[in-house]
Design a protein around this ligand. Structure first.
Ligand code: ADP
Ligand code: MG
Length: 696
């Protein structure tokens, strides 16, 4: 590759042009960011193929002289260029073209054209080839094609990356002795690997670059995984320096609040629930802030564990906050916790965005004075106005629904330098082992791995949309037995180009098909009060069928519901389907989940959709589903959009690079202890300003 004729200014120094903004969006701020911006694929401009040697369908580069260039108006306006390379001629055909292109292809010019050649009655043609003047030597390396955004031409991006690569400090930060045990890839230094990947020689086995198995790629994965492990380890060590309130039961054993709560519950805890409560109470009895994830499949009974943790906190004289991602879910938790705790003399407060000002003020006062020992709510809990007297335990339900910034905000509610509340995060989407080892490496994990007794397994059926009538028949049968039914639709309006049956229409249809049955409708655009009213009618059993968009996805608990129908199931993600399905099978009745899918021209059941639906039918084990979800979608989508970006691995693939991850886990503490300055440089190089973000 020839050096760029005019290298653009360092991205850090240039003014904010549209190009600059585009570079920012790609995260290309520093020279090293540019150096680490690796090609998606390559184009081979290193050789010229004679047309006489070309075969139908070859992707080749040809070089020749333009012998004809004209705009034809036959059928469609198009630019036709005839190129003669001495062995044969080829017609280049452009349907969209600007005057500049036409000018660069004037008769007599020598050019190179790259594209797919097709033979035919009129000889060779290339549709929309990439053309350039045939000046200078042929490049000796493959031409990189970088991930880009609109407004940023490859040619410009190539120059930016090349100059970043030339300027960046690429000295190794991993001492060779630490690399020994992973073998071959250790032979490649960072500098060598990067130069290679940006400009590989044309004789490389392209497959090894594409599947990232090439030693140069391996080196980058190693580097990336190590950076991630290091930053998590640093976060963990920093947290260990902070203080948290020591939360120990103070009263005598039998009188302790959590003991009284246990005694008052209408059920006995499962062994798994007992175990996780013990793990949590052990953590919060220490002065180091807890950072624990409680995972348990839908319906495993996480709420009561949260309540017991809250009780221990409250009996130690401190406040506990519980934050849930949706108002309905927060409301439900509130209802449950109030039902359990208020009879024991605990005052609670409730905070949401839709609250009336007067009520809100009252709540804020209760929280500030410390009278409210337990505060339940939505994002409203982390707003600036909310002042706790002594927040000691923060519980976040469905933690993956919250962003990093929100988790940080909750932790900052302690309001004292060097102090942090204990943090308990809950999730019904179990985290596969590899993710737990990487993204959540600085978390302690508690797992509820058994369901409360008496649950009957949910039967899952895949049913073609064309058999909708049979499904409605089935609903009738359930209703006749006094059961209730959920019907979930993916979208609320048909405004999106997708041709989805909307909830409103389905609601009308079901109402007509089920005369005398109360059919409710719940969707995200409804006012909060209305949502609540519908939800409580359903919860009280006064509504037979609830048609809903995915607002019911998380957490709602109506044990009498025994049938769930998911419409256009092929459009949902696996974990989402699992969560939805978890809304039924909460009581003793046999429950079923019907996944309606559409086929046909308009919405062909794609490969991944098929895999998802099949997985749903085959297993109801949340861990297995999470594992398959990770396989099908990759960690980016698995973790959710809110957590992507900063924390995402760009190069390593957790599904296949487990051995590299193992190495990184083992190596991080060694590097940090023996060569702290190298560790720091390594993290800064890879994560830059994002390292802070990873610690939430
Ligand atoms: P999730 O883990 O999905 O949040 P919940 O906390 O909502 O589950 O619990 C699901 C249902 O199971 C609730 O009705 C809850 O009261 C009930 N439950 C929880 N633990 C037990 C138990 N040990 N025995 C019987 N029922 C339980
Ligand atoms: Mg829950």
């Amino acid at each position: 590759m020839p050096p760029p004729s005019k290298a653009p200014a360092s991205p850090a120094r240039a003014a904010k042009s549209p190009m600059q903004k585009a570079l920012d969006r790609l995260g290309l701020k520093r020279d090293i960011d540019c150096a680490l911006h690796l090609p998606l694929r390559y184009e081979d401009e290193t050789r010229i193929t004679r047309l006489a040697d070309a075969r139908e369908g070859d992707h080749i580069q040809i070089e020749g002289t333009v012998v004809d260039c004209e705009v034809s108006l036959r059928q469609r306006r198009q630019l036709l260029v005839r190129l003669d390379d001495g062995s044969d001629a080829c017609t280049l055909r452009f349907f969209t073209f600007y005057p500049a292109l036409q000018k660069s292809l004037a008769v007599g010019t020598r050019i190179r054209a790259r594209g797919e050649v097709k033979g035919g009655f009129l000889g060779w043609t290339m549709m929309h080839p990439v053309t350039r003047a045939a000046t200078g030597e042929l490049p000796t390396a493959l031409t990189p094609v970088y991930p880009s955004v609109a407004a940023l031409p490859q040619a410009y991006l190539r120059k930016v990356v090349a100059s970043g690569l030339a300027r960046a400090d690429l000295s190794d930060t991993i001492p060779t002795d630490l690399l020994q045990e992973i073998g071959q890839q250790a032979a490649w230094g960072l500098r060598q690997a990067l130069h290679y990947l940006h400009h590989p020689r044309p004789d490389v086995a392209l497959a090894t670059l594409e599947d990232h198995s090439h030693p140069a790629w391996q080196r980058l994965k190693i580097e990336e995984l190590l950076a991630q492990q290091l930053s998590q380890l640093q976060a963990k060590r920093e947290r260990a320096q902070l203080s948290a309130p020591v939360l120990k039961p103070v009263a005598s054993h039998a009188a302790a609040l959590h003991q009284r709560l246990l005694a008052a519950l209408p059920f006995a805890l499962t062994t798994a629930q007992h175990r996780v409560v013990a793990e949590i109470s052990h953590d919060i009895a220490r002065s180091v802030p807890m950072h624990r994830l409680l995972q348990g499949d839908v319906g495993a009974g996480k709420t009561v564990v949260a309540a017991l943790a809250a009780a221990i906190c409250i009996e130690a004289g401190a406040q506990c906050a519980l934050m849930a991602p949706t108002e309905i879910l927060a409301q439900q938790h509130f209802g449950k916790l109030v039902g359990w705790l208020e009879p024991l003399g605990i005052q609670t407060a409730w905070l949401t965005g839709s609250q009336k000002t007067k009520e809100r003020r009252k709540m804020l006062a209760l929280i500030e004075s410390g009278e409210a020992a337990l505060v339940v709510g939505t994002h409203a809990v982390i707003q600036d106005k909310v002042q706790f007297k002594q927040l000691a335990l923060a519980i976040i339900d469905e933690q993956h629904r919250f962003g990093v910034a929100q988790r940080l905000a909750l932790r900052q509610k302690m309001g004292q330098e060097g102090f942090e509340p204990h943090l308990l995060m809950m999730t019904a989407t179990p985290i596969p082992r590899t993710l737990a080892m990487s993204y959540y490496a600085d978390l302690e994990v508690s797992t509820i791995d058994e369901l409360p007794p008496g649950r009957t397994p949910i039967v899952t059926k895949l049913v073609n949309e064309s058999r909708r009538d049979e499904v409605i028949e089935r609903i009738r049968a359930q209703l006749a037995q006094g059961r209730q039914v959920y019907w979930v639709c993916p979208l609320i309006e048909e405004s999106e180009a997708l041709d989805l049956v909307n909830a409103t229409e389905t609601h009308a249809q079901l109402s007509a098909a089920l005369p005398g049955v109360a059919v409710g409708l719940l969707h995200s655009r409804m006012p909060q009060a209305e949502k609540q009213a519908v939800m409580s009618l359903f919860a009280q059993g006064q509504m037979g069928v609830l048609v809903s968009t995915t607002v019911i996805e998380v957490g709602v608990d109506v044990p009498n519901a025994s049938l769930m129908v998911v419409e256009h199931a092929e459009r949902f993600g696996l974990s989402q389907l699992h969560q939805l399905r978890g809304r039924v099978g909460r009581g003793a009745a046999a429950s079923a989940c019907v996944l309606l899918y559409a086929t046909g021209e308009a919405s062909r059941l794609g490969e991944t959709a098929r895999a998802r639906l099949k997985a749903m039918q085959e297993t109801s084990d949340g861990f297995e589903i999470a594992r398959r979800d990770l396989e099908i979608r990759g960690p980016g989508e698995f973790l959710g959009a809110r957590q992507s970006g900063a924390a995402m691995l760009r190069f390593a693939d957790l599904a296949t690079d487990t051995h590299l991850l193992d190495w990184a886990r083992k190596t991080a503490p060694v590097l940090l202890d023996r060569h702290p300055e190298l560790a720091e440089r390594h993290v800064a190089r890879w994560l830059g300003g994002k390292a802070e973000f990873l610690k939430a």
